[in-house]
Design a protein around this ligand. Structure first.
Ligand code: IFM
Length: 448
């Protein structure tokens, strides 16, 4: 039996744009995702987050669902343009009231709120002024964080400044598949820096306004394995790891960028302001770890900057997203983060899988998702036994929801959503997860 530490948080995670809907209600301003999803051809199934799970109107029902499942934590994000429609300046009181009611509903049911302050839905008006390429966005972010902290800080004890800076940079500025859909490495590196400045400023604001709360950041971790034992492939894996992991983690964990990354990005380095070095030294209380899969890479010097390519793992199991199922990556990365950075605490702020679920006779049987979650929890438990300061696990996601450019084609929830009727049906994985939470552990049935 794997038993997790006393007080362990068992939760689910969501984000505002993916579940709330009410995209233009009660004074909310447009976000870059509203504009992007309304642009024909950008979303696989032509959908938008206009209604999504209608959580803005159904949040009580959703919080009740968490309570029925016996979960003691919930990670959600605040929509910046719901609170400040223009990104700065005039406050939209009804928008902030919504989060106030949500936090109250959670606290009434003894569900600990973990609040993410930026999960990709930048106010459109800030994008029009340069978005994260402009340092002013980082300053505006800190002001917005202060507004939220002043209102919710009496009840929220865990704050997450940013969700997955890597995804913001890679999808938005390298691959061009998320807004603002650029393919510009110089802009990408500058954005990565301004996100760090925004994080540093937000940490300061939270420390000043909510001194007894815990502040962290959530990074997606993509453990990298060399395709072979050759020195070339091993070096390629190091380079890949440096650019996708260390470049993003180390500013918040060590206060600055890894030298190897700085050298690799030589021609694209960001403009810095005099106080940035100081700002990036903003120690955090916990490391939020989003974890889904790994990357296997081999050397390929024809690829600019990184000199490596990813090697598809043909014949291995994959989720609906096409991501390889390789649970050992979670154990490996938890140990590595603990060994290299000694964070005070780690939360797995996202882990889960998309599979094509169907309802039969009112039930959703999803054995693959149960296996995925179980196998990852077993690795998490082993990591705890090996000394990793893991304090919570958040399954992505509570509900099937708007999976960004994939629209509604990918179902990640442990609760099925019929988007036509908005009916929620707890999947078998939801009941499984509920049992794990109730017993604060699980049988180690895996032989792997
Ligand atoms: O849906 C996303 C989430 O918004 C960020 N992390 C990964 C999830 C699955 O792709």
């Amino acid at each position: 039996m794997i038993v997790f530490p006393d007080g362990f948080f068992w939760g689910t995670a969501t984000s505002a744009y993916q579940i709330e809907g009410a995209w233009n209600e009660d004074g909310k301003g447009p976000s870059i995702w509203d504009v992007f999803s309304h642009t024909p051809g950008k979303i696989l199934d032509g959908s938008t987050g206009d209604i999504a799970c209608d959580h803005y109107h159904r949040y009580r029902e959703d919080v009740d669902l968490m309570a029925r499942l016996g979960l003691n934590a919930y990670r959600f994000s605040v929509s910046w343009p719901r609170v400040l429609p223009e990104g700065r300046g005039t406050l939209n009181a009804p928008g902030l009231d919504f989060y106030d009611r949500l936090v109250d509903a959670l606290c009434e049911r003894r569900i600990e709120p973990f609040v993410t302050l930026y999960h990709w839905d930048l106010p459109q008006s800030l994008q029009e002024q340069g978005g994260w390429e402009s340092r002013d966005t980082a300053l505006a972010f800190a002001d917005y964080v202060s507004v939220v902290a002043q209102r919710l800080g009496d009840r929220v004890r865990h704050w997450i400044t940013l969700n997955e800076p890597l995804a913001v940079v890679l999808a938005g500025y390298v691959l061009g598949i998320h807004p603002p859909a650029k393919q510009d490495l110089r802009a990408a590196v500058q954005v990565s820096h301004h996100l760090n400045v925004g994080h540093g400023l937000a940490v300061r604001a939270l420390r000043a306004l909510c001194p007894s709360s815990k502040v962290g950041i959530t990074h997606v971790s993509l453990p990298v394995y060399p395709a072979s034992d050759s020195p070339e492939d091993r070096a390629a894996a190091e380079r890949w790891d440096c650019l996708v992991n260390r470049w993003f983690w180390e500013p918040s964990l060590k206060g600055w960028y890894p030298k190897e990354g700085w050298d690799m990005l030589g021609a694209f380095l960001p403009e810095l302001a005099a106080e940035d070095e100081n700002l990036l030294h903003a120690p955090i209380d916990f490391f939020g770890h989003n974890s889904y899969t790994r990357a296997v890479v081999r050397s390929d010097q024809s690829v600019p900057v990184v000199g490596a390519v990813q090697v598809p793992q043909v014949g291995r199991p994959h989720t609906g997203m096409g991501w390889e199922v390789y649970p050992d990556h979670l154990y490996d990365s938890l140990l590595r983060i603990t060994r290299d950075y000694r964070p005070r605490a780690i939360f797995i702020t996202e882990n889960g899988a998309a599979y094509p679920d169907e309802v039969h006779a009112g039930r959703v049987a999803d054995p693959q998702r149960i296996d995925y979650v179980r196998e990852h929890l077993v690795r998490a438990g082993r990591a705890v036994a090996a000394g990793v300061p893991l304090q919570g696990y958040f399954c992505w996601s509570l509900l099937d929801n708007f999976e960004w450019t994939f629209g509604y084609t990918q179902r990640f929830g442990i609760v099925y959503v019929d988007f036509a009727s908005q009916q929620r049906i707890v999947k078998d994985s939801g009941y499984f997860y509920s049992k794990v939470a109730a017993s604060n552990g699980l049988e180690e049935t895996t032989g792997a």
